[in-house]
Design a protein. Structure first.
Length: 189
């Protein structure tokens, strides 16, 4: 499919039961809004809120300075991830905009439409990245990718050293978020 310069393809979510979802979403204009513990804590709290409101298992996660990776397994009766992502993103955005307004730092969040309307954004427009996973090998490749992301970026030497990831508590349950591995396929080879 050809995409004209300056236009993005529309994300099409495929909500099928019994498939894990690898989700990535970025901060507005890829700014490092998640480089401070305050914003990371807002995000951890928002993910926990989404876990309480929506049925999904959280298999792996990492918070990077300008983006987030989540590997989730939605409830098979209601496999949609849109409401879960809305809960997460809206919760963080409201707190971030309120903080930025109080600290007089809204300018980096300004998004001006061609009509001149100003909106303040924490998250990049659009749905981010969403990939369905159904094979055990692909699931474990993604878990490894998520956990190695901070190492590859030079944020830490070992995945377990990055505080804002499930790598540290993987297997025993995350320290910051509850990891559910009820349906996680067994790693082979």
């Amino acid at each position: 499919m050809q995409v004209e310069p300056g236009h993005r393809r529309q994300l099409r979510r495929i909500d099928r039961p019994n498939e894990a979802r690898f989700l990535t979403f970025s901060c507005f204009r890829c700014q490092p809004f998640l480089s401070r513990n305050r914003a990371r804590k807002w995000l951890v709290d928002a993910i926990a809120l989404a876990q309480a409101r929506h049925e999904f298992d959280l298999w792996a996660w990492v918070i990077m300075p300008e983006h987030v990776h989540l590997l989730v397994y939605p409830d098979s009766d209601e496999p949609t991830v849109g409401p879960m992502l809305s809960t997460i993103k809206q919760s963080v955005a409201k707190k971030a905009v309120a903080w930025a307004r109080k600290e007089d730092r809204l300018e980096c969040m300004e998004d001006v439409s061609p009509q001149g309307n100003v909106v303040h954004r924490f998250w990049q427009r659009g749905g981010g990245f969403d990939r369905n996973l159904w094979t055990p090998r692909r699931v474990w490749d993604v878990i490894d990718y998520i956990h190695q992301n901070p190492v590859e970026r030079g944020l830490c030497e070992r995945a377990e050293n990055w505080e804002w990831s499930s790598a540290r508590g993987f297997g025993e349950g995350g320290e910051k978020l509850v990891l559910e591995h009820r349906y996680l396929p067994v790693r082979r080879g």
